[in-house]
Ligand binder design. Structure first.
Ligand SMILES: O=C(O)CCC(=O)C(=O)O
Ligand SMILES: [Fe+2]
Length: 224
């Protein structure tokens, strides 16, 4: 990412609050990789916040907000315009794991990792809550929605949940974009910071990992 490179806040020198990428994509990238070629002379630190820690904090402090943000019928609209395309997607903040229903959220036997399978959150890419993009039935009570959203922002910006690091030339940072939020601190645009970014799909990662790990079930089944 060079400052001034494209139509995205990533290509500016602004600080970026924690977010997941591609909330506006139907297939949200599973993994994200950053390769630092040239750090900024000052600023430009990378930040990570665990989305499950945010979910856990909300679940403890504001169970109503946690439930609202997990509601599969919540459709928060996101969008992105570039290269003659306008991408739009609507989704809840926390996707429920397979077999988990909203009635299970208060079950103490379940940890937050049992409940939430994916996290989707980017306040900067959030689209206008117009009737067209977010029909009232998809968000319902707007006043309540913004109360929940503010609590989510506060949790995501909690200094004690932030992990901050300075990538050196040659460092590579790989993380799960459907769980970890990432961001960066602002930097001096004239310092020529260069960071290459790319995505990897969860499917190709899992498929490779299973094959490398010998995936016993697969071997047993195929040995017959
Ligand atoms: O410049 C960075 O450190 C990260 C920018 C970013 O959020 C992204 O490329 O997705
Ligand atoms: Fe990003």
């Amino acid at each position: 990412m060079h400052a001034g490179g494209g139509n995205d806040t990533a290509y500016t020198s602004l600080g970026l609050p924690p977010h997941t990428d591609g909330c506006y994509m139907a297939e949200q990238p599973g993994f994200q990789m950053f390769h630092c070629l040239k750090p900024a002379t000052s600023g430009g630190d990378s930040t990570l916040v665990d989305g499950l820690a945010i979910a856990d904090r909300l679940r403890q402090a504001h169970p109503d907000t946690f439930a609202a943000l997990c509601d599969p019928s919540l459709r928060v609209p996101y969008h992105h315009t570039e290269f003659g395309q306008h991408m739009i997607e609507r989704r809840p903040v926390f996707s429920l794991a397979d077999g988990v229903s909203p009635a299970d959220l208060a079950d103490d036997r379940l940890g937050v990792a049992d409940i939430v399978s994916r996290v989707h959150f980017n306040d900067v890419d959030r689209a206008v809550m117009s009737a067209q993009l977010a029909p009232p039935a998809a968000v319902r009570d707007m006043k309540a929605f913004y109360t929940h959203w503010q609590r989510l922002l506060d949790a995501a910006m909690s200094p004690d949940l932030e992990f901050r690091m300075s990538l050196r030339p040659g460092s590579v940072l790989v993380f799960d974009n459907q769980r970890m939020l990432h961001g960066r601190t602002r930097f001096d645009a004239s310092s020529g910071r260069v960071l290459h970014g790319c995505y990897g799909s969860r499917e190709s990662f899992n498929a490779r990992w299973r094959a490398r790990a010998g995936f016993p079930e697969w071997s047993v089944r195929n040995a017959k």
